[in-house]
Design a protein around this ligand. Structure first.
Ligand code: MIC
Ligand code: SF4
Length: 758
């Protein structure tokens, strides 16, 4: 299959050609009008006539139009794909090199360094892409989600991506779902993508954004309302008169950060802003095709008139009264108005000075974002102001970088002291070689990113990170303080005058059009028979995968508790990023980070606990290694929303590799729960959350009746106390028959391998 640097119009026409018929089937089967998300989902069902459509209950088999993978997750996804025995990927797929570039000096030097230090991994990804008909975006092309929005996304399409912010493409009306690599392998091997038929949350937007308020403030407000787990199992569909007032890239910002509330995805209906974006990015043909079916690229009128009857939950936000927000630290749902941050910082004893300000990331690095940030910078320079903190800028893509350079926007930012980094994730994922602050020094950073978990940006536990809009970040960089509210406060310039920053005026799309910059795409060759995929057996960064063992048919008895996590335990806590990104293609080496960020509920220590085999205190990864070598299966216990954040399946594969049998929590984040199922680890949820408190360090856990696992029937479990007494409890499991099959086979990949006869 030829994979190009865009989605062929024939593919899009195919999707639109069957849309009306499938929507009619959906309306008839459900006996009611449909929301936009339902239309897109039904149009991608493998069998729209017979699949069950019960929200929050049935599992659906869907056929996405595309797969996208980024370099930090593609390695494991493609190592798994390689063991499946297929000659090429069954659907158009792409790999994007964005996560592995470390930000240290500037774009040119950092990219050259990345090409050098990551050569082995880039060579592997380029050759494995060539071998299996996958498009390859070289380092420097930009962040996966921005490139997908510019090149591949289309209204009414459906894709999956091995990154939790894949829903960014919802800004262009696509159902785009973040998944682990094993889900991508399903689709690339021609099997359907299986996901729970989602619940639907409707967000009605009225009014228009005014003053300093930006699209980012809408999603920060939604995060405040719904919290980090409020979107779990749901698609968030935005509609209402306010929706049309937001640019396509602004919509993408909102959908992108839907990952922070655990939503399956988020999307907006097709509208003129999307059409303008398509035309500006060289896809007027896609806009024309979408125009022809525009009536079905939106919710039915009845739904818009009476949303409460069709959505499981409806939230209404008046954009005209929405004030600029800033969320953090440590969690993206801790919101307050920018104007209130100073008082809160004082009350909490946080530093008042900002140590660094950063704009960019897949959430906020569009032309419009940079143009608003640059407008502030231009004004500041003309009025004798400059940044009082380091200001780091990561453009979202090579196309955005080349265009903002041509249009003088980068120069505007550099004039106030900004440093332009490579078109990559950089400090958003701990790829920030920061030397100005040492561990233990409390300091505040403000970013236009999406996540602000501890240690996420610079690896320092003492950094407090806040997320806000790019324009607010730049204004705060000029002030250098958290108690600055750009909507009312003024700044003193170099000549001692008071300067008030005017409301930043952005430009939705480049008036002279985009310029594509350097060509960074490599299409796979027509004949890949001569391509050799090289993995050195002595490599520290890449390791071929061995299939995991199948379940041995026995109940799990006397499992020691390797780790009981207290409070937030995100995938960053389970499998840290930053320096560990270099081992993303080497399961054994990356297992050295297993649970190093988790807070031990028995001791409050981070990353270490008691080895039950020898009674000593060790790091969690060392305990895992010891249990593995001793053949001792074990269990991990988690709190609420366990596995929040990233799609990285390493957070499931490392425990699996080291012998985890069960992960038992108060609740799971969607992608992580699926990743555990896919790898053959049993995810269970306490039927009674209070049982979590009864589990002590030296207890063991029994998980019984596994031979009779039945969809949705809770599993009988016991806490075994050191004196042999037991406490019975139930573990809820949410597996369907197919997923029970994955568990028994020792992971979904073993089933694919059996089917392929390898
Ligand atoms: C993230 O933002 O946390 C990441 C890094 O992009 C992850 C993917 C990864 O861990 O490689 C995500 O969002 O899924
Ligand atoms: Fe990259 Fe950050 Fe976006 Fe993840 S959230 S894809 S690390 S820019």
């Amino acid at each position: 299959m030829a994979v190009a640097a865009n989605t062929p119009i024939e593919l899009i026409n195919g999707v639109y050609g069957r849309l009306a018929e499938n929507v009619a089937i959906g309306r008839e089967r459900l006996g009611r009008p449909l929301t936009f998300a339902e239309k897109v989902l039904i149009n991608h069902l493998r069998d729209p006539r017979t699949q069950e459509l019960e929200r929050g209950r049935s599992y659906a088999d869907l056929d996405p139009d595309r797969v996208a993978m980024q370099d930090a997750t593609a390695q494991m996804a493609l190592l798994q794909f390689m063991t499946a025995g297929l000659p090429e990927a069954a659907v158009p797929s792409t790999v994007h090199c964005d996560h592995l570039i470390q930000a240290k000096s500037n774009a040119r030097i950092d990219l050259a360094t990345a090409n050098d230090v990551n050569a082995e991994v880039y060579d592997f990804l380029e050759s494995v892409s060539a071998k299996y008909g996958i498009g390859f975006w070289k380092p420097g092309s930009g962040i996966i989600h921005q490139v997908v929005l510019e090149q591949y996304a289309f209204p009414g399409g459906m894709m999956i991506g091995t990154d939790s912010h894949t829903p960014n493409a919802g800004g262009l009306g696509m159902i785009a779902i973040g998944v682990g690599g094993a889900d991508a392998v399903d689709v690339m091997t021609g099997y359907p993508f299986n996901v729970r038929w989602p619940k639907l949350i409707g967000v009605k937007l009225t009014g228009t954004l005014a003053g300093w308020s930006a699209p980012k403030d809408i999603i920060l407000e939604v995060a405040r309302i719904l919290t980090v787990k409020g979107g779990t199992g749901a698609i968030v569909e935005y509609f209402g008169p306010g929706a049309e007032s937001i640019s396509c890239t602004g919509k993408a910002t909102i959908c992108n950060m839907g990952a922070e509330i655990g939503a399956t995805t988020s999307l907006f209906a097709y509208d003129p802003a999307m059409s303008r974006y398509l035309a500006s990015t060289g896809r007027a043909d896609v806009a024309a095709a979408a125009d022809a079916v525009a009536g079905e690229l939106r919710a039915d009128d009845e739904v818009l008139a009476d949303p409460a009857s069709y959505f499981d939950q409806v939230i209404e936000i008046d954009l005209s009264s929405l004030k600029p927000l800033i969320n953090g630290p440590h969690t993206p749902d801790r919101a307050r108005k920018v104007s209130e941050l100073g008082a809160e910082a004082k009350a909490e004893g946080w530093p008042m000075e900002i140590s660094s300000a950063l704009i960019g990331s897949c959430t906020n690095s569009s032309y419009e974002d940079i143009s608003r940030a640059a407008a502030i910078a231009r004004f500041a320079h003309e009025n004798g102001l400059s940044a009082k903190t380091p200001l780091l800028v990561t453009p979202g893509s090579e196309q955005v970088r080349a265009t903002i350079e041509r249009d003088g926007l980068l120069a505007d930012l550099e004039q106030i002291g900004a440093t332009v980094l490579a078109n990559a994730c950089g400090p958003c994922i701990g790829q920030w070689s920061r030397s100005d602050i040492a561990e233990g020094t409390d300091n505040i950073i403000v970013t236009s990113y999406n996540r602000n978990f501890p240690k996420r940006n610079d690896g320092l536990a003492s950094t407090l990170a806040f997320v806000t809009s790019p324009e607010t970040v730049v204004a705060m960089a000029l002030a250098g303080r958290v108690d600055f509210d750009p909507t009312v406060d003024s700044l003193t310039n170099a000549s001692g005058e008071q300067v008030t920053i005017p409301v930043p005026a952005g430009v939705e799309l480049p008036p002279k059009g985009f310029t594509s910059g350097e060509n960074t795409f490599i299409a796979p060759p027509a004949d890949s028979s001569k391509v050799v995929v090289k993995v050195s057996p002595t490599s520290e960064r890449l390791q071929l995968l061995e299939p995991f063992d199948a379940w041995d048919g026995n109940d799990f008895l006397n499992l020691p508790i390797l780790m009981k996590a207290k409070g937030k335990c995100t995938t960053d806590h389970i499998s840290a990023a930053g320096p560990w990104l270099k081992y993303r293609g080497h399961l054994e080496n990356i297992s050295g980070n297993m649970f190093i960020g988790a807070v031990n509920a028995f001791t409050d220590e981070i990353g270490q606990g008691k080895d039950q085999l020898d009674g000593t205190t060790k790091s969690f990864p060392d305990i895992g290694k010891h249990y593995h070598e001793a053949g001792q299966g074990w269990i991990a216990i988690g709190d609420e929303n366990y596995g929040e954040g990233s799609s990285r399946e390493h957070a499931a594969m490392e425990p699996r590799f080291r012998g985890a049998k069960v992960v038992l929590t108060r609740s799971f984040a969607r992608i992580h729960e699926t990743n555990l199922k896919k790898q053959g680890v049993l995810p269970l949820v306490f039927a009674d959350p209070k049982v979590y408190d009864l589990i002590e360090q030296d207890d063991r856990i029994n998980v019984l009746g596994l031979a009779d696992l039945t969809p949705d029937v809770p599993v009988k479990c016991q806490i075994v106390k050191p004196d042999g007494t037991t406490i019975d409890f139930e573990g809820i499991q949410t597996m369907n028959d197919e997923q029970i099959g994955w568990f028994k086979a020792g992971g979904a990949l073993n089933i694919i391998r059996q089917r392929q006869g390898v």
